[in-house]
Design a protein around this ligand. Structure first.
Ligand SMILES: O=c1ccn([C@@H]2O[C@H](COP(=O)(O)OP(=O)(O)O)[C@@H](O)[C@H]2O)c(=O)[nH]1
Length: 481
């Protein structure tokens, strides 16, 4: 089931301790863009300046950070959250004594549409709001599958909005903003098709009882997608509140695009990166300069088609696209982004890891930039399809997630590809997917075999996705540039 309701009891505190902030507080920015009032725009609890932690000094990136190749990786950090972070189930949450406000964020992804309804509590006018819980629901397929029938696409959003009406109390509807951001699925569509879908969604929002801000329905650019997911994960793991400036990197593998974002420790990473791969933003009185990039067409489903040579092959509906990554006797129609392709294994040929690796390599080599620093020993949170495939292939437990090394993906990919019949029931694409993930991490980004990946679908009971970061961005502009 995709339906979840998380609640944790907020903990009261009087003064915000800079080094020991352990709650899900709405981050603050140093220079929020001036808000242009819109007619009928609701008001939100004011966040007074005075109770914000002291601005942290922005430490320049150390001149020489030379990760030593071949050094044994330190044991993965458990990333156990401090106790006060742990969700506690309590039916008598003192919400009545507090001002509560909500934010509704839609993620219109290439493989599905999802609604995130965040509930924030302003316990005291002089304190920052706390993220109380998230309601999450997902439907498949994504909006781009309705490129020839935008009205139907709009209906999927209408259905999801019903959940918002059940979750947000009626008296709050009018002041609760509803925002939709589309990612790779719509980026890959011809502009007029994407616009027709966005227009339809805008109509659905306008007929809803919620607050529809200007530009509430849009396609998000890839850099923002990466940054906002980084904000979500570092917020949920408590890294934005520590004064160590220690953060974690993120790896997001969607259906259409894939993102990598991390805070470089080395100046060389910044200097050797293409300029558009460096993004700067203010958050919680700190300025961050991150390495971020989104590769359009390198999401898992787009990569499948590229491996098969089928990406963008519209009008070739007679053609069967083959791959040695698929079981020899497999033959099926697959649909991505509203287009259907015939695919099959190579019936009288070879299948297996080596040939498959060679095939997927073509989708990665020369495309993915290798950041200088990933050879070092940072920890990366990996989610979305990284998580799903790690679960499917038995690398981790779906309910708990876990830390693995890059070489674990490789080992399991070999096993899956060389025993295709055994894994066929799980998914005929598992060999291709696992090989692609291995190749992307190693040959694409250049990670070492021993790099630790923390696989998580949720952190602190909240989905690891750009959606929470985007909600912060809405309430307090992050001013990303
Ligand atoms: O809150 C979320 C949002 C996404 N996902 C997963 O992340 C992947 C995102 O793929 P998407 O369709 O969004 O691809 P994109 O458009 O980003 O390429 C899918 O496996 C989703 O199930 C998730 O688990 N939780």
């Amino acid at each position: 089931t995709y339906y979840r309701h998380h609640r944790y009891v907020p903990h009261f505190y009087r003064y915000r301790d800079h080094s020991a902030n352990t709650e899900n507080l709405l981050p603050e920015v140093a220079n929020p863009e001036p808000v242009v009032p819109q007619p009928g725009m609701p008001t939100y609890p004011e966040i007074p300046e005075v109770f914000h932690p002291e601005p942290e000094v922005f430490h320049p990136i150390p001149e020489a950070f030379h990760p030593v190749p071949g050094v044994v990786h330190p044991a993965p950090e458990p990333y156990q959250l401090p106790e006060v972070f742990q969700p506690v189930l309590d039916a008598s949450s003192p919400v009545n004594a507090n001002r509560v406000f909500y934010g509704i964020m839609f993620d219109a992804g290439s493989t599905g549409s999802r609604i995130h309804i965040y509930k924030f509590i302003q316990k005291d006018p002089v304190e920052l709001p706390v993220l109380d819980n998230e309601m999450y629901h997902a439907v498949k397929p994504g909006l781009s599958a309705y490129k020839d029938n935008p009205e139907e696409g709009g209906n999927t959003i209408r259905q999801l909005l019903k959940i918002a009406k059940k979750t947000v109390p009626e008296e709050d509807w009018k002041r609760t903003p509803v925002v939709l951001k589309a990612t790779a699925g719509l980026r890959l569509l011809p502009e007029e098709r994407a616009n027709a879908l966005l227009k339809e969604v805008r109509g659905v929002f306008d007929e809803s009882p919620f607050f529809v801000p200007n530009n509430s329905v849009s396609i998000m650019n890839g850099a923002k997608e990466g940054v906002l997911a980084w904000v979500t994960v570092n917020f949920l793991t408590g890294h934005l509140y520590s004064n160590t400036r220690r953060t974690v990197g993120i790896l997001d593998l969607g259906g259409g695009s894939t993102q990598i974002t991390f805070l470089p420790k080395s100046k060389k990473t910044v200097q050797s990166a293409p300029p558009t791969y460096i993004a700067q933003f203010n958050l919680f009185k700190n300025t961050y300069q991150v390495y971020t990039h989104s590769y359009l067409g390198n999401g898992l489903y787009a990569a499948r088609l590229a491996t098969l040579g089928a990406l963008g092959a519209e009008g070739l509906d007679w053609k069967v696209f083959t791959s040695s990554c698929l079981p020899k006797k497999f033959r099926e129609d697959v649909t991505f982004g509203g287009t259907t392709y015939k695919v099959s294994g190579i019936p009288d040929g070879y299948a297996g890891y080596k040939l498959c690796y060679y095939e997927v390599m073509k989708v990665i080599k020369g495309i993915v930039h290798q950041p200088y620093e990933v050879k070092g020993s940072s920890v990366f949170y990996a989610f979305s399809y990284y998580f799903d495939r790690a679960v499917e292939s038995g690398l981790i437990d779906g309910s708990r997630g876990g830390a693995i090394e890059v070489r674990d993906f490789k080992k399991r990919a070999k096993e899956v590809c060389n025993k295709m019949t055994k894994y066929r029931a799980v998914s005929p694409f598992l060999c291709m997917d696992m090989t692609y993930i291995t190749c992307l991490l190693k040959e694409g980004f250049g990670f070492k075999d021993t790099t630790v990946l923390q696989l998580a679908k949720k952190v602190n009971n909240v989905e690891t996705s750009w959606a929470l970061g985007a909600t912060f961005d809405y309430f307090r502009n992050l001013n990303i540039h």
